[in-house]
Design a binder for this molecule. Structure first.
Ligand code: 5AD
Ligand code: SF4
Length: 443
């Protein structure tokens, strides 16, 4: 083994979604396997990785700020790698904007990471991994450095074929590629063997999952992972309403290990806007799916994503989004101002809503949703809910838990024996806030 002082060191900063967080865990796993050592700061590292996000303009700008901040380190021989969505989107232009970068690689090329590392170590100045988006290969690693020992991600499908008019993902992550049912199940079993109890299945369009062997559906995969001995919680994200079948709700109803939470982004409450976004469903179709969820035997929490100010969205169409949110009674809404993105069809539409108006609509939506959540969370007071213990909030003297519905439930206990992180506990809900609950441990 190489002594620690002679090992090459690396630092990784991750921006963006859970897919990126998990990709970084795989990239880190690969680097550790190659004998590199992870460090906590850019200053300590020989190799600096930025795993980037380009879903909205603000996210994209972050990486260029970082690169600018750390330009001074190039003289010390530090090498910089830009990976992920901005890398794929901007490609070799990044070398022009930031000449101190040595590697630019999109997510579909990470399976060639070992080879690219060798090229960097050999002193190649401009290594790229940008041409792999249209292959059928997925990116699994021999060793994944998961940051949490109890709750972990498994990617089941990469890429996206939906081409929503506003979205860069089909261009940055390439075409849809599902992993085999057997390999997903094997990974879930391995995780259970080393103590994981909570698994989150990931995909940009997770319910488009199609076993390459053609034998199993997404719902069947949910059942299989949920039945792995030791696994107590299974979540999945993100679902697309177009592919959302009732069999998914039936699976949650049938199997308690499948969490009672569905994230189903609607984006807009107006069928005209949805058509313009190329979402391939109408307001009515979305509401039909919500009716399945609401009529399940279990109380399934619903969260969604919304974009305000999409090109051409009229005040009346925005109001349709508000009425839809009232009908859906969501437990959480992630809302965004429309941000024009390179290469996307919406870029050629006139970005007709001034930023000020987008901000106004966002504010109205968030206020209305806050009231909806406030009333809904209040109804949970008096119930006993199971939480997974996530940590402690020393300042407040509370233990942090997460319910199956994915709601944060902070609690206290009279007992001197505090439940350990990763364990499960029953908590009586005593107070509610618009985004979290407070309670007391039930002994
Ligand atoms: N502008 C604003 N929001 C966007 N999203 C995706 N692309 C854009 C964009 N160009 C939002 C969608 C998606 C979430 C992950 O990000 O709501 O569901
Ligand atoms: Fe983007 Fe639409 Fe694919 Fe989601 S389904 S990643 S919003 S193109």
């Amino acid at each position: 083994m190489v002594p620690e002082t002679q090992q090459k060191t690396f630092y990784v900063e991750t921006f963006g979604c859970q897919m990126n967080v998990h990709d970084s865990e795989k990239v880190i796993g690969t680097l550790l396997k190659q004998g590199y050592r992870q460090v906590e700061t850019v200053e300590q590292a020989d190799l600096v990785f930025y795993n980037t996000c380009s879903i909205r303009d603000k996210a994209e700008q972050k990486v260029f700020h970082r690169l600018n901040d750390y330009k001074k380190f190039q003289a010390q021989g530090k090498k910089f790698a830009v990976i992920g969505c901005v890398a794929q989107q901007e490609g070799e232009k990044i070398f022009e904007k930031a000449p101190h970068v040595s590697l630019v690689a999109g997510s579909a090329s990470y399976r060639n990471l070992e080879k690219m590392l060798v090229q960097i170590e050999a002193g190649e100045r401009r290594v790229t991994g940008l041409d792999d988006r249209q292959t059928d290969q997925t990116f699994e690693t021999e060793f994944t450095a998961r940051s949490n020992p109890h709750r972990g991600y498994i990617t089941i499908i990469e890429g996206c074929d939906k081409f929503c008019a506003y979205c860069v993902v089909p261009y940055t992550r390439g075409k849809e590629r599902s992993r085999t049912f057997d390999s997903v199940l094997a990974e879930a079993r391995q995780m259970a063997d080393v103590g994981y109890t909570d698994i989150q299945l990931l995909g940009q369009n997770v319910n488009a999952y199609a076993d390459p062997a053609g034998k199993k559906s997404f719902a069947e995969l949910l059942y299989a992972v949920g039945e792995v001995p030791g696994i107590r919680r299974v979540r999945f994200t993100t679902s697309h309403p177009r592919h959302f079948g009732k069999d998914i709700v039936d699976a949650i109803d049938a199997l308690p290990s499948l969490c009672d939470h569905i994230h189903l982004p609607v984006q807009s409450g107006s069928s005209r806007v949805l058509k313009s976004m190329n979402r391939e469903y109408t307001r009515e179709m979305y509401l039909e799916k919500i009716a399945w969820i609401k009529s399940a035997r279990r109380q399934i929490a619903l969260t969604t994503d919304v974009i305000v100010g999409f090109p051409g969205e009229t005040p009346a169409e925005f109001e349709e989004t508000i009425t839809l949110l009232h009908e859906c009674q969501c437990d959480g809404v992630f809302s965004f101002k429309y941000s024009p993105r390179p290469n996307t069809p919406a870029l050629s539409m006139i970005d007709s809503i001034p930023d000020e108006e987008k901000s106004k609509r966002l504010h109205i939506l968030q206020e209305r949703q806050r009231e909806i959540q406030r009333a809904n969370y209040e109804k949970k007071v008096g119930r006993i809910l199971e939480v997974m213990v996530e940590g402690k909030n020393e300042a407040r003297g509370q233990i942090v838990g997460r319910t199956s519905q994915n709601i944060t439930l902070n609690f206290t206990t009279d007992s001197t024996s505090v439940p350990e992180v990763g364990s499960y506990a029953n908590v009586l809900v005593t107070r509610s806030f618009p985004n979290s609950l407070v309670g007391e441990l039930v002994q």
